[in-house]
Design a protein around this ligand. Structure first.
Ligand SMILES: [Zn+2]
Length: 119
């Protein structure tokens, strides 16, 4: 019985989706790395080329709204690797990838499709 519970717990954990706080990529929670917002200050995030009234800045950085609480959020593997190398992850929202919230039917689009739709 314990084995089944552990299996189900692991299954649930692997099925949980989360969003990267810097690039908004959606992925499995277990493959993301916990990071503090203050750790993001180790690199210099770009300032968005355009401003929109719905953009929310945290400590001067354009992070995905609701992706962090109490100064802690999750990063996708690619963003985490760039941050560990002292580099700004190339696909951060403030690097021209911020497109805001999309209506429900458009949420299933890929990032490329989303960018095309918003232009
Ligand atoms: Zn990311």
């Amino acid at each position: 019985m314990t084995c089944v519970k552990e299996f189900l717990d692991n299954l649930d954990q692997s099925n949980q989706l989360t969003v990267c706080m810097t690039c908004a990529a959606l992925g499995s929670t277990h493959s993301y790395t916990q990071c503090t917002v203050s750790e993001l200050h180790e690199v210099r995030f770009p300032v968005p080329a355009f401003h929109h009234p719905t953009q929310v800045f945290t400590d001067g950085m354009l992070l995905y709204p609701g992706s962090h609480r109490g100064g802690i959020g999750l990063l996708c593997e690619q963003c985490w690797q760039h941050l560990q190398a002292g580099e700004v992850p190339p696909q951060v929202l403030s690097n021209g990838f911020w497109i805001g919230e999309l209506p429900g039917p458009l949420e299933s689009l890929t990032l490329t499709e989303r960018i095309l739709v918003t232009r």
